[in-house]
Structure formats: structure tokens, C-alpha cells
Design a protein around this ligand. Structure first.
Ligand code: SF4
Length: 373
């Protein structure tokens, strides 16, 4: 079983907080699609493909003709008949019923849309293209086009955001009737416009205490609305957890196509360059630009701890012993002791789990349980 990730690094404009690899050079799109299809041909997949995720950037910046060419091309290269979940990220401003209907015809059965907030001043500050009404209309169009698995992203901790304005956004998100919500705490990544604005005193961070209050409110409201909190930042209605991300978290291999995409084959990680020109030029010359790195056992252990403890399922002690041996298990059990005694970790059926009420301090717990801290 495997997944495919396809990176579409084009955005109409840059959001001030974003440090993902993306470009506003749309003139490159056609060459980029050619390069993606060439890369796919050079990277066969021998396993059954269960999930496809087209992320970005903004995949909905591709025209109907471009996305059709890409998906039909991929279908000629890979056997996609076993795909259970095919997600495409879209921007509310690009959504029309016609566009989504074409995606559906191509086999897409899940749409992920960054809404971030339902407050127009907050959207303007972070330089989103759409406004609140645009996001509401986009969700309606996606539903009208027949997609029944919709995920939306929200951000808390936006400068100027209050607990009350966040509550408005959460309430509106619930009213949207979507199946999945991801909510992230705004982070100030070095070099982003947001980071510079903070350095220049143009914006001020929302306090940790307020962010915790926002997060706690979110978890209570979404649970009341029937969502399962299955990962620190992810909530899904029963049966609607993200299959693609859950496979990442379970260590399923995946092929990452495109500039800046990562890959994993169960033993090694692969990294494509985060430069549009070098990616496209290299592929046009028939050379895969991927950098391969073999993962040391303790790096894999650290990843297992980091990823599993962010999920409601937690980390399996038996799996740690089987995969990494007694030395890793003993380290884990020893480091976990103090958190277990304080109730910040619990043991449930052979799994170590961070209780939901301690998710906000999970970074510190996870760091302590890793091999290298
Ligand atoms: S649309 Fe997404 S990828 Fe593009 S700049 Fe905004 S956050 Fe980044």
C-alpha cells in the first residue's frame, strides 16, 4: 500500500505567514506539468496506491485543461484503480461548481480548502484572497458539485484575533456542515512577511494563554458537533479521518512528485529541490533531482514518537520494541515515567497516549521522549 503526493507550487498571492514552497510565476505551469509527468514515469510504484493528495501552493490555480492533462497523464503511468481517497487542495476564490464537477469526474472525492478565518479583517491582515462570504459560497459550490468529503483549515492566534472572534469562526465552520476540520496555531516562521511585521512592531502575538483558551474552546465545540479529535490539529466526523495523512502517521511509503516534495519508501527519505527552475531543468534533462537520505534507526524512532504521540491512538510500546529493540523501549519507558505520574501521559492497552487536555504541552513531552533532544 502506498500514497502519492503531488506538489503544485503556484499561488496567486502570498499569505503573510506562509513558508511553504510556492511561486507566483504562472507562466511555468505547463512546463511544470510536463516535468511532473516525466518524474512520475521515472518513478514507478510497485505497491497498490490507496491515496492521492494534490497540495500546494494552490492546485486550483491550474486551469481545467491543465489539471485534466495532469490527472489523465498520471492514470496512464500509475494504476490508480485502488485509490480510496483523492484529495485536492483549493482556494475559495478559485471554486466554481463547474471546476469541482470536473475534478469529481477525474476521480477526486475529497476537497481540502484553506479558509483560516470567517472574520474579514483577519483574512485581510494575513493577505488571503477570499473573504468570509467567498468561503461560505465555495463550500456550497463544492457540495452542489457532488463532493461529500470536505475538509477546511482554520488558524487561531492571528494578530488582533480575540477569543470572541475565534468563537465566531468556529461556529461558522461548524455550520458549514463539512466532514473534517484542521486547526493550526499561527506560527511566526523566520523570514516570512508576518515574522518581519512582528520584528518591526507592526503586529503583536496573541498571548499563549489566549491561544490555549481558543484551542480548548475549539475542542469542546467540535466534539459537541460530533467531530472526533484524532490528531492534535485534526478533527473528523466518524469515517472521515484523512486517510492520506493517517497513512503518513502510520509510516506507509509514499511517492512525492514535484518541487520540494518529500518521499518515503520505508527505509529512506527523498527530497526534491525547493526551486522551480532546478526541478524543471533537471527533469527536462532526464535526471531525477531527488536527494536520498537513509534514515538511522534512532531518527526513525524519533519520528515514530513525534508523529504517534500527536494522535489520539498514541505510540504502541509493542511496536517500539519490535521495531527498535529493548534499548529504545527502555529509554521510552524511563523518560515517560514522570509524565505518567503527573497524568500528562497515560497508558491505554499498551499504548502511551497524551490526554487531550495536555495537547498544548505535547511539544515538551515529545521532545523528552525522543532519542535526541
Ligand atoms: S495559498 Fe497556501 S501555499 Fe499559497 S501562500 Fe497562502 S498559505 Fe502559502
Amino acid at each position: 500500500m502506498a500514497g502519492i503526493y503531488i506538489h503544485i507550487p503556484f499561488c496567486e498571492q502570498r499569505c503573510i505567514y506562509c513558508d511553504f514552497f510556492s511561486s507566483t510565476k504562472h507562466s511555468y505551469i505547463d512546463r511544470y506539468i510536463d516535468a511532473l509527468l516525466c518524474e512520475a514515469k521515472l518513478r514507478p510504484c510497485n505497491e497498490e496506491i490507496h491515496t492521492i493528495y494534490m497540495g500546494g501552493g494552490t492546485p486550483s490555480q491550474l486551469s481545467v485543461e491543465q489539471i485534466e492533462r495532469l490527472v489523465k497523464g498520471l492514470k496512464e503511468i500509475y494504476d490508480l484503480t485502488s485509490v480510496k481517497e483523492f484529495t485536492v487542495e483549493v482556494n475559495p476564490d478559485d471554486v466554481t461548481i463547474e471546476y469541482i464537477a470536473i475534478l469529481k469526474l477525474l476521480g477526486v472525492n475529497r476537497i481540502s480548502m484553506g479558509i483560516q478565518s470567517f472574520i474579514d479583517d483577519e483574512l485581510k491582515l494575513i493577505n488571503r484572497r477570499h473573504d468570509s462570504q467567498g468561503a461560505i459560497d465555495a463550500v456550497k459550490s463544492i457540495k452542489n458539485a457532488g463532493i461529500e468529503n470536505i475538509s477546511i483549515d482554520l488558524i487561531y492566534g492571528i494578530p488582533g484575533q480575540t477569543v470572541e472572534s475565534w468563537e465566531t469562526s468556529v461556529n461558522k465552520a461548524i455550520l458549514m456542515g463539512v466532514q473534517h476540520i484542521s486547526a493550526y496555531n499561527l506560527s511566526y516562521e523566520t523570514g516570512t512577511a508576518l515574522w518581519r511585521m512582528r520584528e518591526n512592531g507592526k503586529v503583536h502575538e496573541v498571548s499563549d494563554a489566549q491561544c490555549i483558551e481558543m484551542y480548548n474552546m475549539l475542542t469542546v465545540k467540535l466534539k459537541e458537533a460530533g467531530f472526533e479529535h484524532y490528531e492534535i490539529s485534526n478533527f473528523g466526523l466518524p469515517g472521515y479521518h484523512s486517510q492520506h495523512n493517517s497513512a503518513y502517521w502510520d509510516g506507509t511509503p509514499y511517492i512525492g512528485l514535484g518541487a520540494s516534495a518529500h518521499s518515503y519508501d520505508g527505509r529512506c527519505r527523498g527530497y526534491n529541490p525547493s526551486l522551480l527552475e532546478s526541478y524543471v531543468n533537471s527533469i527536462e534533462n532526464g535526471i531525477l533531482p531527488i536527494e536520498i537520505e537513509e534514515i538511522e534507526w534512532w531518527e526513525k524512532y524519533d519520528e515514530t514518537i513525534m508523529i504517534s504521540l500527536r494522535t489520539a491512538k498514541g505510540v504502541s510500546l509493542a511496536e517500539v520494541k519490535k521495531e527498535f529493540g529493548d534499548i529504545a523501549l527502555n529509554h521510552l519507558v524511563k523518560e515517560a515515567k514522570k509524565y505518567l505520574s503527573r497524568g500528562e501521559l497515560t497508558e491505554q492497552n499498551g499504548y502511551l497516549v497524551i490526554p487531550e487536555e495536555h495537547y498544548m504541552i505535547s511539544d515538551g513531552i515529545i521532545r523528552d521522549l525522543m532519542w535526541e533532544d
